[in-house]
Design a protein around this ligand. Structure first.
Ligand SMILES: [Zn+2]
Length: 237
């Protein structure tokens, strides 16, 4: 029962984070207007906004005009629900709290990168500030991690010099901020797994989709896969 409650809270948070990712890059308020169908502009009622269930029962379609909703929302809600269950009841252990925030930030920034090819700086900086504040409160600052951040900054500068624009500025900032809270070993694994997953997806996309496929690839979702694997299976990383 406890897990169901935690999962439900996770799906509600997931729904909110999806809204933040959709609205903040466009400078739209995250409070007003209330959620509405982008096709028929009808304001959605509470029954239409129950995380996961509304989309399941309505088969991901608008109840008023029949327009198909993106599966991104239900996917985000489910991922957040599982994330809350995975981290429960360890939220109050300092490094776990940081890992939890890193995971939620990764989910939100994956969405902004997917929607707009943008690592929304306000979300990234806010999460960095929150994590720095928590490490100060918990008194768990790992100074070697800041060395990781400096090494990562230098390595990414060198990469940009060697292969200009191979990695977006937002992706680089994200990796440097994450480096402040993770070991060098973890960061290397995240970049490695993210690159392998991204390359694999890129090849599949070109192999199976139409000629209109964009060459631009949002990289944060793949870095996030690297982050999830590295954090959820710490024994191996
Ligand atoms: Zn509609």
């Amino acid at each position: 029962m406890q897990k169901i409650i935690v999962f439900t809270i996770g799906t509600i948070v997931g729904s909110f984070l999806a809204l933040v990712a959709e609205r903040v890059p466009e400078n739209r308020s995250i409070i007003f207007p209330a959620s509405y169908c982008t096709s028929c502009k009808t304001k959605l009622h509470p029954i239409d906004l129950i995380p996961v269930w509304s989309q399941l029962f309505q088969r991901s379609k608008c109840r008023y005009c029949g327009k198909h909703f993106s599966y991104t929302m239900i996917f985000t809600e489910l991922i957040c629900g599982f994330t809350f269950c995975l981290y429960f009841p360890f939220y109050l252990e300092p490094q776990v709290t940081i890992n939890f925030i890193l995971t939620l930030t990764a989910i939100t920034l994956s969405l902004t990168d997917y929607y707009y090819y943008l690592v929304e700086p306000r979300i990234l900086y806010a999460s960095g500030l929150l994590m720095i504040t928590l490490t100060l409160i918990f008194r768990t600052i790992h100074y070697p991690y800041f060395l990781t951040a400096i090494v990562m900054w230098a390595a990414l500068r060198f990469l940009d010099h060697l292969l200009p624009n191979s990695l977006g500025l937002g992706d680089r900032k994200l990796l440097i901020i994450w480096s402040c809270f993770l070991s060098f070993y973890q960061i290397l694994w995240i970049v490695f797994i993210g690159s392998i997953a991204g390359t694999f997806f890129f090849i599949l996309q070109h192999r199976f989709s139409s000629a209109n496929t964009k060459d631009l690839l949002p990289f944060v979702p793949f870095l996030s896969i690297g982050l999830f694997i590295t954090l959820w299976f710490p024994l191996y990383f």
